[in-house]
Design a protein around this ligand. Sequence first.
Ligand SMILES: Nc1nc2c(ncn2[C@@H]2O[C@H](COP(=O)(O)OP(=O)(O)O)[C@@H](O)[C@H]2O)c(=O)[nH]1
Ligand SMILES: [Mg+2]
Length: 310
Amino acid sequence: MIPIKPILDGNKRAVSRAISLIEDESHYASSLLRLLYPHTGKAFVIGIVGPPGTGKSSIIDAMVRCYRQRGAHVGVVATDPSSPTSGGALLGDRLRMGLHSLDSDVFIRSMASRGQSGGLSPTTRNVVRVMDSASMNPIIIETVGAGQNDVSIASVADVVVVVLMPQMGDEVQSGKAGFMEIGDIFVVNKADLDGADKTISDLRALRSDVKGWEPPILKTVAIGGKGIKEMLVQIEDCRQYLEKKGYFARRRMAHLEEELLGDIVSHWTQKLKLRAKRTSRFRAIVREVVSREIDPWRASEQLYKELDMM
Ligand SMILES: Nc1nc2c(ncn2[C@@H]2O[C@H](COP(=O)(O)OP(=O)(O)O)[C@@H](O)[C@H]2O)c(=O)[nH]1
Ligand SMILES: [Mg+2]
C-alpha cells in the first residue's frame, strides 16, 4: 500500500512517484486514486492549447512566474513535451533553464501526447488529480490539439486558453482545427511579429460567444512576458463569470459524466469482444463472410442481435 500522506503534504518525490504509477497503469494506481479522490476538486485547472510553436510553453513559463509572485503552488502538465520540427523547445528544458527548477513550489510533469489530433492521454485527468490532492493550485495543462479523437482539453480544464500566432496556416484561421469551439480566451502570441492584427480580425470573425461570454482576444509577447498579467486577469474574469452563472459546476459535472461514460463504454467493449469471440457462431459467421455467403454488414447485424439476447 502506498502511503498518501506525503502526497497530500505536497512532497514532490511522492507526487512524482504517484504520477509514474498512473502512467505505467500499475495496479497500485487505481487503489491510490481511490484514496486521493476525496482530496481533489480544489484546484483551478487551466488548459493552454494551440498548434506547435505558437509559444504555449513560453506563456506558461511567464504565467508560472506571475503565480509564484502571488505565492501559489503551481502544477504544470505538458503533453507536448517535444516539437523539434516546429521549433518548440521542451517545456521541461525551457522551465529548467529558468528559476523554476530551484523553486520547490512549482511542479512540472511532461507526458507523451496521444493520437494524431494531439489530444490528451486518458491518464491526464488522473495526473491532474494527484497534483490537486497535493494542493497545487492552479494546475496548468499544455497540449497541441483540440483532441477530436482523444480526450479533449475542454473536458479536463475549467477554462481553456487557445494560443495562436501571426501568419498561421489557413486551416487554423478558418477554424477547421477545432480550436474555435473550445476557447474561452484567445491569445495571439508573438505580437512582436507582423500580422498580429490580421490574425485578431480573422479570429473576431470566427469567434462565437457561448452562453453570453464573448471570448476576449488578447495579444502577448511571451518572451519578456508582455500581456501575460492581462491574460491572467481575463482568465480570472472568465472563471468568475462561469461561477456566477453556475456554468463552472455544470462544466465539471459534464466532464465527470463524459469520463464515466467513457469508462463504461470501454468496459463493455472489452466484455463484448470476449463474449463475441467465445460464441461458436462467431467463427462460423466469419467463415461465411470469407466465402461470400453473407456480407459483413448482415453478419454483424446478426451477431449483434444474438449477443444482445445473451
Ligand atoms: N518572436 C517571438 N518568439 C516567441 C514568442 N514566444 C515564444 N517564442 C519563440 O517561439 C518558439 C516556440 O515557443 P514554445 O514556447 O516552445 O512554443 P510551443 O510549441 O507552443 O510550446 C521558441 O523559439 C520561442 O522562443 C514571442 O512572443 N515572440
Ligand atoms: Mg511547448
